[in-house]
Structure formats: C-alpha cells, structure tokens
Ligand binder design. Sequence first.
Ligand SMILES: NC(=O)c1ccc[n+]([C@@H]2O[C@H](COP(=O)([O-])OP(=O)(O)OC[C@H]3O[C@@H](n4cnc5c(N)ncnc54)[C@H](O)[C@@H]3O)[C@@H](O)[C@H]2O)c1
Length: 332
Amino acid sequence: MVGKHMGAMRILVTGGAGFIGSRLARRLLADGHAVVIVDNLFTGHRQNVPVGAQLVEGDIGQEATLAALPDGPFDAVCHLAAQSSGAVSMEQPLYDIQTNAVSTLLLIRWCEKRRVRRFLYASSMAVYGNPAAVPVDENAPVSPVSYYGVSKLASEHLLRVAGNSWVRPTALRMFNVYGPGQNLANLRQGMASIYLAYLLKGQEVPVTGSLERFRDFVYIDDVVDAWARVLQQPDTPSLAYNIGSGRPTQVRELLRLLIETCGLPSDHPVRTLSAPPGDQFGLYANVERAAAELGWKAQTPLAEGIRRMVEWAGCQEGKPRAAGGRATAKLP
Ligand SMILES: NC(=O)c1ccc[n+]([C@@H]2O[C@H](COP(=O)([O-])OP(=O)(O)OC[C@H]3O[C@@H](n4cnc5c(N)ncnc54)[C@H](O)[C@@H]3O)[C@@H](O)[C@H]2O)c1
C-alpha cells in the first residue's frame, strides 16, 4: 500500500539485483511504484531483478554509469549497491571506498543535477566498531574497525553535509540481515547464509572468530518494511536509524538453531578459526529511535525467520538439497 502522503513514485534502487535490494524492489513494485535498478551483477544476479523493474547494468562508482541512467523524473534513490563484506574491505580498501563511499558522492551529485530530493542509504552496524556498551543507540560513538565501516560512515557524513542543501537523506544502519534470497554462494558476507551454505552440503562449518561473539539478526522482510516506511516520509527527524531486532544472539546459538532447523544432528561439526582483521566482537541495536520516529519494530522472531530461510534453501529433515539445486549450485 502506498503511504498516506506519497503517491506512486519512480525510485532508483542501486544494488537491486542483490539480497536486500531485490526484495526491496519487489516490495516497491507491489506498492505501485516504478523501479529502476542499477547493478553491476557482481554479487547480485540478474534472476533476482523482479519483473517490472528496469535494470541498468553498470558500476555505481563510475560517473559514466549515472550519466547513462534513463531520463525522466525520479522521486527517490535507495542506495544499496556496495561491496558488502568487511573482510574483503580489509583486503581491498581502495575498491571498497570507490564502491561504497565514492558512489554515494556521485549519487548525491546526480540527485542535485536531476532534482531528486529523497536519498535512503544502506548503512551498517559496522559504523560502531566495538562499542563500549551494548545495546548501541544512534548517539553512541562511531569508531569503525573495518574499512567497510569507514566507507559506510563516510557515506553518512557525505549525506549529512549534502543534507544541508538539496538532498533529504536517511541512513538505515542495518544489523545482520538474514532470510530467504540471501546469497548462499557468497562465502564472504552474511553469517547465517555462510553457515547455512556449509550445512546444506552436510559439511563442517568453519567459524571465523569465537562462538561467544554475538550479533543482532534482523529478518529481511522486517528490514524491507523499514525502508518502505522511511520512503513514505519526505524527510525523517534524524539522519540515522538502527535497523535491528534489538536482541543479541550468540554465534553458538545461531549455529544451534540452524543445525536443528536443518534437521542435522546436534553434534554437527563446527570448527572455530581465528577472527579476521576488522571483525566486531559483539553488538546489538537499541531500536527505540526507529520505534519512536518511524513507528517501526522488527516483528519476526529469529527461530521463525531461520525456519523460513531453511525452507527456502531446501534443507529438510537432515537431507540437504542435492548439489545442482539453486542453493548449492555455486558453492566451491
Ligand atoms: N546483509 C546485511 O546484513 C547488511 C547489513 C548492513 C548493511 N548492508 C548493506 O546493504 C546493502 C545491500 O546488502 P546485501 O546484503 O543485499 O548485499 P548484496 O551483495 O547481495 O547486494 C549488493 C548489490 O550491489 C551490487 N554491486 C556491488 N558493487 C557494485 C557496483 N560497483 N556497482 C553497481 N552495483 C554493485 C551487487 O552486484 C549486489 O547486487 C549493502 O550496501 C550492504 O553494505 C547489508
């Protein structure tokens, strides 16, 4: 349903062939909006692009890509295209900054030129680094420990400054988003999806970092709902919002839940490895600001979200889906 104050809009979704962007694009189309997607299909897939959306293939970190976007008025940009792995950012920081921060600046300029006011940004809990206290609220000090977190924070600052003139920015600081549609072939990003990818093959699960680490897992459709709500508002009272469940879950508990839901024996092998540089130990969100200012709260309990994700992935009753199925096709 289109929001009370906004009619049908034309929206640019960057990264719309990826996990979150494609689910968002589908929701926006269902809500009656027109959607143009720009994506270089690096970690995203053409099949993810929903019917009805126009796909423009290109690198969002290059000015030429924006210059080639279709004519006509746009009402909003949802910028989700990114190199989305903290570990990769530590190996290739220049690539990360180009894709994740320079792209934001280029898009701000594009908005100014094309008179697009509304700018929603896919920020991350990575901006907090290792906070002194949890849960973290949006006023907690920001001190990223990965270049990925730095580029997300840089984008927020670019938007804050640009917000003094033309654009009306909102940054959604998403925590660990999981659920159906997550890329099970990308073993560099997404805790739940990485573990599930190994479980689907019946393999030992390598865990980089301790099992005592904890995260805030938030279900994909709840996250998409937050984006859709923010889009209904021409501006938001704050620049940044935590988008999390507000609950901590230890890695150990997540694994237990995944193993149980897959119907595998509780002693399924798990091997802990040293944590990669830039890894965060533990954090979860204080979600009061999103509740008070957006009227948003995550609805899906973790066990239910994991059940839906496992069902989607096709792992049932201890019989992992045969290799060649959609979920396992690209695993090494
Ligand atoms: N998944 C999470 O838990 C999470 C948490 C916080 C923030 N985020 C952010 O949300 C956004 C979406 O994440 P996701 O989980 O859907 O990841 P994803 O990798 O599935 O999606 C990213 C999309 O961006 C595209 N892309 C990458 N580089 C590009 C470039 N240079 N030009 C054009 N397109 C490019 C990819 O092909 C992919 O389709 C990212 O900005 C990510 O940093 C994700």
